[in-house]
Design a binder for this molecule. Structure first.
Ligand SMILES: NC(=O)C1=CN([C@@H]2O[C@H](COP(=O)(O)OP(=O)(O)OC[C@H]3O[C@@H](n4cnc5c(N)ncnc54)[C@H](O)[C@@H]3O)[C@@H](O)[C@H]2O)C=CC1
Ligand SMILES: O=C([O-])CC(=O)C(=O)O
Length: 340
């Protein structure tokens, strides 16, 4: 089993640049849907999924703009058949899907928290997941739409309501936190970023994002102030991009990259090559019913949720500090569906 997907995925990316003739994973062709495919994340993500050799059918769904995206992506000379769907086509887009990736919804503007997006995105995610429950209840779900800390519980509750919930299938995508932690850790310590791994646990907003630099490889012992600065930069990575884009949205390109890596790992797992990734799932390893940690992805989705390993006092404090916000965000998501 690959202990970490990054080296395999780097090979995948290299194979992509050579035209995907070699090096990419095989396995049965999978049907993958991107819901929100015409958006800032959706477009580059659709391109990257079109380049993934594990995909045979690619459904590109959005409420507007999908014919153009599908026509454009469809000209890429890889085997996946890309098809665009508008509002009326959601059922067909989803039927037979193995993996559904959801980046639909509004992004932040400067000054907003991810929770400020709840008002609009909660309903979008609930309705899309309802369609998933109707048309492809067995599919693995990768939820990108913010606030992830709440949208994953929303998805779970919606599927429970429909009697088709399977905790192994629902994952909140926190890969961008890992991507950022790796980049910042490698930069700060002069390491080859391709050889670096950093687990990131908790949730996906501010203090709920907890990089475990004590478990990073290769191991570098950092002074307390450097460790604190790296931790805070990882927690505020999304805000750094929101501010830099100055009103034009949040991370899209790095997010599409991260989502494509995570989706590739899910597909590898489904195709019988288990991969371990950090992701936000139903969990019993802390007091929070949903929590991101290392998870083994296999033929049915989540196979094993790994525990946190040994934490330093600094990390234990971080874990304690995140709990009130994380628990409140989860409860808000649960009540949004249950209370309705
Ligand atoms: N999990 C993570 O690490 C990250 C999550 N995000 C989140 O991803 C979401 C999308 O971000 P962007 O792509 O930048 O936004 P965007 O506004 O560029 O694109 C969103 C797309 O969703 C579509 N959409 C809206 N309602 C829909 C519905 N009911 N069904 C299908 N499509 C619908 C829109 O038409 C649009 O094309 C945001 O909520 C953002 O906060 C962004 C970056 C990182
Ligand atoms: O910060 C945002 O709003 C988007 C996001 O989740 C990220 O970039 O991590």
């Amino acid at each position: 089993m690959a202990s970490n997907a990054s080296s395999a995925l780097l090979k995948w990316a290299q194979a992509a640049s050579r035209g995907f003739a070699a090096g990419a994973a095989g396995g049965p062709g999978r049907k993958v849907a991107v819901l929100g495919a015409a958006g800032g994340i959706g477009q580059p993500l659709s391109m990257l999924m079109k380049m993934n050799a594990q995909v045979s059918e690619l459904s590109l769904y959005d409420i507007a703009g999908t014919p153009g995206v599908a026509a454009d992506v469809g000209h890429i000379n890889t085997k996946a058949q890309a098809k665009g769907y508008d509002k009326e086509g959601l059922a067909e887009a989803l039927r037979g899907c193995d993996l559904v990736i959801i980046p639909a919804g509004v992004p932040r503007k400067p000054g907003m928290t991810r929770d400020d997006l709840f008002k609009i995105n909660a309903g979008i995610v609930r309705d899309l997941v309802e369609a998933v429950g109707k048309h492809c209840p067995g599919a693995v779900l990768n939820i990108i739409s913010n606030p992830v800390n709440s949208t994953v519980p929303i998805a779970a509750e919606q599927l429970k309501k429909m009697g088709v919930y399977d905790k192994r299938k629902i994952m909140g995508v926190t890969t961008l936190d890992v991507v950022r932690a790796k980049t910042f850790y490698a930069e700060k310590n002069g390491l080859d970023v391709a050889s670096v791994d950093v687990p990131v646990v908790g949730g996906h907003a501010g203090v709920t994002i907890l990089p475990l630099f004590s478990q990073a490889t290769p191991k570098v012992s950092m002074p307390a102030d450097v460790l604190d600065a790296l931790t805070k930069r990882t927690q505020d990575g999304g805000t750094e991009v929101v501010q830099a884009k100055a009103g034009k949205g949040s991370a899209t390109l790095s997010m599409a990259y991260a989502a494509a890596l995570f989706a590739d790992s899910c597909l590898r797992g489904l195709n019988g090559t288990p991969v371990v990734e950090c992701t936000y799932v139903e969990s019993t390893i802390t007091d929070a019913p949903y929590f991101a940690s290392k998870v083994k992805l296999s033929t049915e989705g989540v196979d094993k949720v790994h525990d946190l390993g040994t934490l330093t006092d600094y990390e234990k404090d971080g874990l304690k500090a995140m709990m009130p916000e994380l628990l409140a965000s989860i409860e808000k998501g649960v009540q949004f569906v249950k209370g309705a």
